[in-house]
Design a protein around this ligand. Sequence first.
Ligand code: SF4
Ligand code: SF4
Ligand code: SF4
Ligand code: FES
Length: 351
Amino acid sequence: MINITIDGRPLSLEKPINLLEAAKLVDIEIPHLCYNECLSIFAGCRLCIVEIEGRNKIETSCSVLARDGMVIHTNTERLRTLRRDLLDLLISNHPTDCLTCDKVGCCDLQDLCYEYGVKNPSYIGAQTHFTIDDKNPIMIRDQDKCIKCGKCVRVCDEIQVTGTYEFVGRGFESTVTTAFDQPINKDICRMCGQCISMCPTGALQNKQLVGYRNWDLKKVRTTCPFCGTGCNFDLNVDVKNNKVVGVTPCEDAPINGTELCVKGRFHTDFISSEERLTTPLIRKDGELQPASWEEALSYTAKRMAEIKAEHGPDSFAALSSARCTNEDNYVLQKFMRAVIGTNSIDHCART
Ligand code: SF4
Ligand code: SF4
Ligand code: SF4
Ligand code: FES
């Protein structure tokens, strides 16, 4: 066992884990901006610093593994002063437009500045000014708000395995960008939005949620209707207009964590789409015409009975859908086999 003490709380570990994760086990949240448990360690933001007794050097808790006998302090006045200074440096090259930023209320940088009382930057100097990239369908990229935490680079490389972003340049000139600085487009990006969810600031924002502040939206946990993986996420509901406007992932989703594919993350515009069918349609005189459910079901049953009598059960085939529940799919195969009398039943997931 590895026995350590964090802020006076004893902890026994069976295997070495990093100090940031160890602290969570005794309900201590160490501030961090560049760490995520699903990604490789970057140790760039330095906010997760801790003091370890017997060591002069301040350590980053995300990159140091617990060792037997360690006594760790996470919130001393020395650490708080250093964190305040780090935040001050970050916002010195960051637009302080929180009053109108769509990320307000769910921005990790804003939360930490609030906690540490960092109101205005005290370092006055050059600032970067990038052009906002909003030419793609899913996100607004505002590099002036990027704090170079590298989470988007890592999630795209390590989880999405696409590698759309990379760090370019050195020092003040360094930036996170795409190959040849081209705008995000479908040739270089899968439009999955994983990077948007990882971004701790307003540098990458979900276009569907722009125009809503975090507290404008009610979150409703649900399961994705698009495939059998069963990912969970929160539907974001604009309660004033009773409209679903987007999706945010939830870390505690048992199947997918914060991961979602393009369909799960961006599908919600179909819910209020004008093009959505709201009634059955029956073709009459060569034109599809709206009908009641009763009329459509009676018509379908009548025609199926006629076709079966004339051409036999094997004149039918059915394709069911990954977007239906297991129960719906089961009922369709039962219907085809037991009622119609054919084995010609298949499922779109095989195509
Ligand atoms: S949307 Fe997905 S594929 Fe595109 S840059 Fe972000 S993580 Fe990479
Ligand atoms: S765009 Fe966001 S996630 Fe990517 S490095 Fe900048 S702050 Fe971090
Ligand atoms: S988010 Fe994508 S992978 Fe997950 S259930 Fe929906 S469609 Fe399937
Ligand atoms: S979270 Fe450890 S250095 Fe950023």
